[in-house]
Write a protein that binds this ligand. Structure first.
Ligand SMILES: Cc1cc2nc3c(=O)[nH]c(=O)nc-3n(C[C@H](O)[C@H](O)[C@H](O)COP(=O)(O)OP(=O)(O)OC[C@H]3O[C@@H](n4cnc5c(N)ncnc54)[C@H](O)[C@@H]3O)c2cc1C
Length: 377
């Protein structure tokens, strides 16, 4: 076995022994999330795509995508926690100074520090150029004021990468990224959101009330925050696509197991052609999602100019596929699919998240269409 095969086998083994037995606690009761995140870090799963210099394994992004997909098969909650944490790590890696990288990355890569990425605000979701959070320079400090919404991992995170306007007149070009620490005075987290799925996934608003942070916590250069955020989201869309693909694969797995067991008209329902047609469509969409996911991940390794387009395609396609696959899984379960005691109702609701996070499906389509229109003269 080469290192990749070894780690993929270790991921499956870890997921079977340390995640699957706790499905009820993690997915339904929202317990153990922090503990399991720390375990993922301790076992080196977070470290895969990050440079060895900061304690990473220096492996490819394709490999990371495969691992994230396997984690998502067992736990959508942990995959999303890992995805949100990765966003904060990517931001520091892409935009941070050497000092910032040395200070934060090793601990974040080992899972000793958890991170969040805070861009969205009440009046700025699909159009983040409109954020209103302000950062005003005051000598050797910046003073941050504003509110972020929907921040994943909020409350559990130690580090928050926060986007704020340093030059409001310049729109997107006047945004900077900052590292806010959970103990900073004036920083607080709102109540946890009551979501339609993934009850254990931490998600809340952040309140920044006169938060005074040293200028060394400006990520990279002033007014470079929007570029950092967009580059971060290109990578985040790959992990979101991995999450959606893992969820879809789980829905297919549950549906096929059930279809082989459940008998009607004296036969397993898996023998009916209409059920087989669903299974074929589900399987084909999952395989297509996997290929697009791996293509986007490969382009990110190659630092290709095509990454934004293919990250958007992978995220758009796999989110749509997951929603469709999970819906068909519920159909295959019949009435039992509608009952929460069975696994597919949870997957059906969870799949919806992927059409919204890291840019909605409509925004992915805008990115894809703009790229294609530019390419064809
Ligand atoms: C579970 C969850 C976790 C999240 N985690 C994070 C996080 O960690 N950090 C973070 O910063 N944010 C996070 N978000 C926020 C998420 O990124 C936003 O919800 C998303 O980008 C959409 O923004 P919005 O909700 O303001 O919707 P809006 O932007 O108001 O969009 C509403 C609708 O209008 C459509 N629309 C908007 N503009 C256009 C257009 N130009 N053309 C066509 N249609 C358009 C949208 O596609 C959508 O259907 C999270 C959200 C959820 C639900």
């Amino acid at each position: 076995m080469n290192i990749e095969e070894e780690i993929l086998a270790a991921t499956e083994d870890f997921a079977k022994k340390h995640i699957a037995p706790f499905e009820k606690e993690i997915e339904r009761e929202g317990k153990l999330v922090e503990e399991k995140f720390r375990e993922l870090g301790k076992h080196g799963f977070i470290a895969i795509p990050f440079p060895e210099k900061y304690g990473g394994l220096g492996e490819s992004f394709e490999f990371y995508a495969k691992v994230a997909e396997k984690i998502a098969f067992e736990s959508g909650t942990l995959a999303a926690v890992l995805g949100a944490h990765s966003l904060s790590v990517f931001s520091i890696l892409l935009g941070g100074t050497e000092q910032q990288k040395e200070k934060y990355l090793p601990k974040m890569i080992r899972g000793e520090l958890m991170g969040s990425f805070a861009l969205t605000e009440q009046n700025a979701g699909s159009n983040p150029a409109d954020i209103e959070t302000r950062a005003v320079k005051d000598g050797d400090f910046y003073v941050l004021d504003g509110t972020k919404v929907f921040t994943t991992n909020a409350g559990l995170s130690d580090i928050y990468v926060v986007m704020a306007k340093t030059d409001p007149a310049r729109g997107a070009r006047g945004i900077s990224a900052f590292i806010v620490e959970k103990t900073d005075e004036g920083f607080s987290v709102g109540r946890q959101e009551d979501k339609m799925a993934f009850p254990g996934l931490p998600n809340a608003s952040l309140f920044l009330n006169n938060v005074r942070i040293p200028k060394e916590r400006l990520l990279g250069r002033e007014n470079s925050g929007f570029i950092i955020a967009m580059k971060t989201l290109d990578l985040g869309r790959i992990t979101a696509s991995a999450g959606a693909t893992g969820l879809a694969r789980r829905a297919l797995y549950e549906a096929v197991k059930y279809a082989k067991r459940r008998e009607q008209f004296g036969k397993p329902i898996a023998s009916f052609e209409m059920i087989q047609s669903y299974i074929a469509e589900m399987g084909a969409k999952i395989e297509a999602s996997k290929l697009l996911l791996l293509k986007a991940a490969r382009l990110s390794n190659e630092k290709s100019r095509d990454l934004p387009k293919f990250a958007a395609i992978a995220k758009y396609f796999s989110a749509k596929a997951a929603a469709d696959v999970a819906r068909k899984a519920v159909q295959i379960f019949g009435g039992y699919g509608f009952i929460e005691d069975y696994p597919v109702a949870r997957l059906y609701k969870g799949a919806k998240m992927y059409e919204i996070i890291e840019g909605t499906s409509e925004i992915q389509k805008l990115i894809i269409a703009n790229s294609i229109i530019k390419e064809i003269e």
